[in-house]
Design a protein around this ligand. Structure first.
Ligand code: SF4
Ligand code: SF4
Length: 316
């Protein structure tokens, strides 16, 4: 790598860390042809359930330079959200760790914007866009190429020291880069803990998730009722699911996130009855700013009622 390029990338990475990102890596834009084939196969199996947007803009997913004109590179960023394990009492309604604080779209976007503005000052000809889960970008693929981790069998990006409890964002721009990191080797090896722990057998093969069976999809994205064969397998999750990450050995020793916007919501004492009794205003106040609010009061109520009905408990 030439020295000037190396200095620029080192400055960008230092600023990213100063802004609170956990890691930052760079990759050169290239067509994601293999990944596109993988995506088309996944779609053909209907593993995307009714996430119709996954079938849109396939060309932009393959060619990031169709999304951002003159794009030369991707800067991938990760942000740890792990605030420790929540001790729920047996039979208590659970919410995925990532949702126990301010919506990551807002937190990550704010940091991306600040980093973007920093680069604009550093490089007057800099042009690009930043994204967090908000465009047809194969963010996990770019994260792997940028050296943020490997794609685990559970479909999450895993870093040998940082585990997988992190969000990903990226800046796609005209910045010319050379690979800053080497890609990280896949250390899943012969481990199958996530596959075996998944209560619904949603991990159908390495990094292939059938959303129709995934608790996370069913409790967040599915706008209708959860299928009757999945309800008994929810393991008390009413929003999201952490099981395949909790059992991953690479998450055993991850550091606690220093992000003050995460981990602010304590729902560990709320039981199903508490949710059932909540009116919409109370729900919105409790989950203000959290991704749970985006799923909405009616969705959470419906899930709670489906679980209680399955247990033959009354809904009064
Ligand atoms: S999030 Fe839960 S349901 Fe989905 S694949 Fe992981 S363990 Fe299975
Ligand atoms: S649990 Fe094992 S197989 Fe699954 S992602 Fe972690 S290391 Fe890979």
């Amino acid at each position: 790598m030439n020295k000037e390029q190396a200095d620029i990338q080192a400055k960008i990475k230092a600023e990213a860390i100063r802004l609170g990102f956990s890691d930052c890596g760079f990759s050169t834009i290239e067509p994601l042809s293999q990944e596109k084939t993988f995506l088309l196969t996944w779609l053909k199996q209907s593993y995307h359930a009714d996430l119709q947007y996954m079938a849109n803009n396939i060309d932009k997913r393959e060619h990031a330079d169709l999304l951002v004109e003159e794009a030369k590179s991707v800067i991938s960023l990760s942000l740890n959200y792990y605030k420790g394990d929540i001790s729920y009492e047996f039979g208590q309604a659970k919410i995925s760790k990532y949702a126990l604080g301010r919506d990551y779209h807002k937190v990550v976007k704010k940091k991306l914007k600040a980093l973007f503005q920093y680069i604009e000052i550093l490089l007057p000809h800099f042009k690009g866009r930043y994204f967090v889960d908000s465009a047809p970008v194969m963010d996990k693929v770019w994260a792997v190429k940028s050296g943020l981790g490997w794609m685990g069998k559970n479909g999450n990006i895993i870093h040998p020291k940082r585990g997988s409890f992190f969000f990903i964002g990226e800046i796609i721009s005209n910045l010319e880069v050379e690979s800053y990191h080497d890609e990280i080797q896949n250390y899943c090896g012969t481990c199958r803990r996530c596959i075996e722990a998944c209560p619904t057998q949603a991990i159908v093969s390495n990094a292939v998730i059938d959303a129709r069976r995934c608790i996370s999809y069913q409790t967040i994205e599915n706008k209708g009722s959860i299928p009757n064969n999945i309800v008994p397998l929810l393991n008390d999750y009413i929003f999201g699911c952490d099981i395949c990450q909790d059992v991953c050995p690479w998450n055993n020793k991850v550091a606690i996130s220093s992000e003050i916007e995460f981990g602010t919501l304590d729902v560990s004492k709320l039981n199903y009855r508490d949710y059932l009794k909540m009116n919409e205003e109370e729900f919105n106040t409790l989950f203000e700013g959290s991704p749970v609010k985006r799923a909405g009061y009616l969705k959470i109520q419906n899930t709670v009622k489906q679980i209680l009905s399955h247990r033959n408990e009354n809904l009064d």
